[in-house]
Design a binder for this molecule. Structure first.
Ligand SMILES: [Zn+2]
Length: 380
């Protein structure tokens, strides 16, 4: 399977200046290529190369590989844009937004990411440095750092391109790695995972991963957003954008941590993982009005995909189950009734008297459905 390992570069001030100048140059060149593509309505990589390759090499001091990557980046951007047009994501034909988007070439931020291949970027894993092409010449000995796990994956499995990324004043390389598939171990039971708002994830063994920190950040940002949106100034917009990105990163970190704990627990106990099928989660959660705004269904999808990805790397069985009525069904006797759930936190079976935290009860139902689903799909 393919995965992306992120390492942080630790450039000296001179090296950082060279990296910055480079991103600036390649993205200015990309704007030029994009303008040519737009003027001539010519979007294929190969054709664009004929029109722009020599010119951007000469005018922006780009190395051959860099120039090719710039052209490919532009061609890819147009391919995505045209696919979005076809899918109706930019509005219906004739819509104002669509007309505006169609009436001018795609532009690139001065610090937009740039792909590097092995000819313009080499990795010295022992020394933990890279040597990287820039418009100011090749930089040698640019130090980088990452977690031990990341560095191990990088040393063993790095293959193909890496992206140079400038983010929040830092420099990063996103390196593509090709990790061998791990065969799935036959599970001994399933660990069910219930997703929610107060508790982002609850497992059948009673572990609750609280959403407190994340919800607090979201509330704070929502207040701030309200105040800033009223201002309508450029600096307010910039601050908003920064906050939004920080919130997204915090959510991603939280999801990574939760996913890791769940997968580690499944691995330790030899269980598979049963997740709710997230189709329709929006509708389900929409019922809980006061909390509606705190919900971002993409965040659940992200957690689901982190779990799926980590499970796959560990060879852990993963199954998605229909979550209908998992919150109203008794995990002890199977009796299903709305009255089983007197309040948000409590499950109390009106038939057999079984009592449990509502989310834990739901997680156990999900686990049971996982066991059943797995038996069906692996009957042969
Ligand atoms: Zn019961």
């Amino acid at each position: 399977m393919k995965l992306v390992v992120q390492v942080k570069l630790l450039p000296t001030p001179e090296q950082a200046a060279a990296l910055e100048a480079t991103l600036h140059a390649v993205n200015t060149a990309a704007d030029l290529v994009s303008a040519v593509a737009f003027d001539q309505q010519c979007f294929r990589n190969y054709d664009l190369r004929e029109h722009t390759y020599d010119r951007i090499k000469a005018e922006y001091g780009l190395a051959a590989q860099a120039a090719q990557h710039v052209i490919k980046k532009v061609a890819d951007a147009y391919r995505t844009f045209h696919a979005n047009l076809r899918a109706g994501n930019v509005g219906a034909p004739g819509a104002k937004r669509r007309t505006r988007a169609e009436s001018r070439p795609i532009t690139f931020r001065p610090d937009a990411a740039q792909p590097y291949d092995d000819r313009c970027l080499s990795w010295l894993m022992q020394a933990r440095t890279v040597s990287i092409w820039t418009t100011c010449g090749r930089l040698k000995n640019v130090a980088f750092t990452g977690s031990p796990e990341q560095l191990k994956t990088l040393a063993a499995c790095r293959k193909g391109e890496s992206d140079l990324v400038a983010r929040d004043g830092g420099w990063y390389l996103y390196a593509t790695c090709e990790v061998p598939d791990v065969p799935v171990t036959e599970p001994e039971g399933f660990l069910g995972v219930d997703l929610g708002i107060a508790n982002i994830a609850t497992t059948g063994d009673g572990t609750r991963h609280s959403g407190k920190g994340l919800n607090a950040v979201r509330h704070r940002n929502r207040e701030l957003r309200r105040r800033l949106q009223a201002k309508r100034t450029k600096s307010a917009r910039r601050l908003l954008k920064k906050r939004r990105r920080r919130e997204a990163r915090f959510a991603a970190d939280t999801n990574h941590t939760i996913a890791k704990q769940i997968v580690t627990e499944a691995e330790r106990t030899g269980q598979g993982i049963a997740l709710e099928d997230l189709q329709g989660i929006r509708d389900r959660v929409r019922l809980r009005k006061p909390q509606r705004v705190t919900l971002h269904s993409w965040s659940f999808h992200q957690l689901g995909s982190f779990i799926a990805y980590k499970a796959r790397r560990a060879g852990i069985a993963l199954i998605h189950v229909d979550p209908a009525y998992t919150s109203q069904q008794c995990s002890a006797c199977g009796h299903t009734e709305r009255a089983n759930r007197p309040d948000q936190e409590t499950f109390l079976c009106t038939s057999c008297g079984f009592a449990e935290h509502a989310d834990v009860n739901a997680a156990r139902n999900i686990a049971a459905r996982g066991v059943a689903g797995w038996a069906v799909s692996h009957a042969a």
